[in-house]
Design a protein around this ligand. Structure first.
Ligand code: NAD
Ligand code: SER
Length: 340
């Protein structure tokens, strides 16, 4: 119709059934409208999943024809490309990790070039390695990771920047730390312990940790991470002195510190340690704390959750979810009232 305003283009989230996508899709839908956000994954959304409450697609990102078809059918203008293998899963299957992490990113960038889409790329603290300065790791520094996950993240950052410079694709990224959340379980990373500990604390008041007590890494509560992704994509391009990817962090903590904080709420919580050498070696190759001053200066990044605030909120919300899951499955309530 002549004069009718152009309908805003849709947002596609790949890997939408994972730990981040389970919260990013509802956040984007509440901000931009249910119909504008297309959730997609290699797995099929179970009935009742929030991702299935709006447009959703079965999409294998290693197949560029599938990506182009979904982008064309939904008139997608922005892709949040989350599909990937995380660090521990990638180390167990390096060839698959290369194919999924690099192959799918290349496909997304190529489709973005053809269909003039913007791209969000989630890099990681895993993009750094043992020769990187480990304290207050600078925005621009040595990046020689020793894991296949890290290799795909550094190569991904470079590939995204290449598409920015060579083809004008608006690609932006964050180097995310370990993410702590209660909606969906983590998908095979080295920082998964920081989520598992809460489930086990509530269920059994006991946790056996696969990293050593003093292994300090950057962490962030999911609401901060979701806000960071959306704020970065909304930022004025002229203010971005970096593209792929910005250091962001909220806290630098070790397993023993999270356990101490949980114990303030669950006094009988006990933790012991059975170190997994593979994940311990990965953790020891990563920074202990990132310098995120470039993100703060360029687009106003500020985390809202400290360790104390995150633990309080996480325990309260996860307890509610476990109780309602128990109620619907007829299971007896565990948790704070459980053994220990
Ligand atoms: P996740 O493992 O929970 O989810 C990944 C999703 O990708 C899964 O649902 C999986 O089914 C899907 N997937 C796998 N192969 C696919 C394919 N070929 N095509 C389409 N979908 C496919 O991961 P997450 O924690 O949600 O992480 C998302 C992104 O953020 C990843 O790139 C990850 O490296 C990055 N990241 C995550 C964290 C974290 O702590 N969760 C930290 C830093 C960076
Ligand atoms: N949480 C992620 C992992 O451990 C970091 O990228 O793999």
């Amino acid at each position: 119709m002549p004069g009718a305003p152009a309908r805003p283009r849709a947002i596609l989230v790949t890997g939408a059934l994972g730990q981040i996508g389970s919260e990013l899709v509802p956040a984007l839908r509440s901000r931009f409208g249910d119909d504008r956000v297309v959730a997609s994954d290699l797995r099929t959304a179970p009935p009742g999943a929030p991702q299935a409450a709006g447009p959703h697609e079965h999409l294998d990102c290693t197949d560029i024809a599938q990506i182009q078809d979904v982008i064309a059918r939904h008139d997608v203008g922005t892709v949040y490309h989350l599909a990937a293998l995380l660090s521990a899963s990638a180390e167990a299957k390096p060839q698959v990790a290369w194919s999924v992490n690099m192959g799918s990113l290349y496909n997304v960038l190529e489709a973005a070039r053809r269909f003039r889409c913007n791209v969000f790329f989630p890099s990681s603290i895993g993009a750094f390695g043992p020769t990187t300065p480990r304290e207050r790791t600078p925005q621009v520094t040595i990046q020689r990771p020793t894991t296949i996950y890290g290799v795909t993240k550094v190569a991904g950052e470079l590939l995204c920047d290449y598409y920015v410079q060579r083809f004008g694709v608006d690609a932006r990224g964050l180097r995310l730390p370990g993410l702590i959340s209660y909606v969906a379980p983590p998908g095979g990373g080295t920082t998964d312990y920081a989520v598992d500990m809460f489930y086990q604390a509530l269920r059994y008041a006991h946790y056996t940790c696969f990293l050593a007590p003093g292994t300090r890494l950057d962490m962030m509560y999911m609401p901060d991470a979701i806000r960071a992704m959306i704020e970065l994509m909304a930022a004025d391009a002229s203010r971005l002195s970096h593209r792929n990817a910005y250091n962001v962090t909220a806290m630098s903590v070790a397993p023993a510190q999270i356990a101490d904080e949980i114990r303030r709420h669950i006094p009988n919580f006990a933790i012991d340690y059975r170190v997994d050498p593979v994940r311990q070696a990965i953790a020891e190759s990563w920074p202990r704390s990132l310098d995120d001053s470039a993100a703060r200066k360029d687009w106003g990044w500020r985390p809202a959750f400290t360790l104390e605030a995150m633990v309080e909120d996480m325990l309260a919300r996860l307890a509610e979810r476990l109780q309602s899951a128990d109620a619907s499955s007829g299971r007896a309530a565990g948790g704070r009232h459980g053994p220990g």
